[in-house]
Design a protein around this ligand. Structure first.
Ligand code: ZN
Length: 135
């Protein structure tokens, strides 16, 4: 049984994290948890705590990446929704068996978490990220 825990975060793609801090941290008043480089995703991310969940700002760091092209084409805005599960590998196996199109066939290992993206073609147009938190 694959357990779904919660919405871990909602991500917004931005041109520049430093300028975006003005609204999210200074004006709105969210508390900045940390900023992190994610070379495997050609991005830099900032996480803000919002109750049990988080808001993530994502900034592309390489001009030719998928994220940079997305930003160029669509501009800043909502980028993905992240659902936290207990067993990410089990979830990927289950989704594959149901012919759901995955971007990451196996989980990527990042500090404190394992993650994988599901293709928007299978999710009514929303990029969905899966997280398994590693304690
Ligand atoms: Zn994310």
């Amino acid at each position: 049984m694959i357990k779904i825990k919660k919405i871990n975060h909602i991500a917004v793609v931005v041109n520049d994290i430093e300028s975006a801090l003005k609204f999210w941290r200074d004006d709105l008043g969210l508390s900045l948890d940390h900023i992190e480089d994610v070379p495997s995703q050609a991005s830099r991310v900032a996480f803000f705590s919002v109750g049990e969940g988080e808001v993530e700002l994502v900034e592309p760091t390489e001009p030719d990446s998928g994220l940079a092209k997305y930003l160029e084409k669509r501009g800043e805005g909502m980028h993905h929704l992240c659902i936290e599960v207990v067993d990410i590998e089990g979830m990927l196996i289950k989704l594959r068996a149901k012919d759901v199109k995955l971007i990451n066939e196996t989980p990527l290992e990042l500090p404190g978490r394992r993650m994988a993206f599901i293709h928007p073609k299978s999710t009514n147009g929303v990029l969905v990220e899966l997280y398994e938190i590693i304690e």
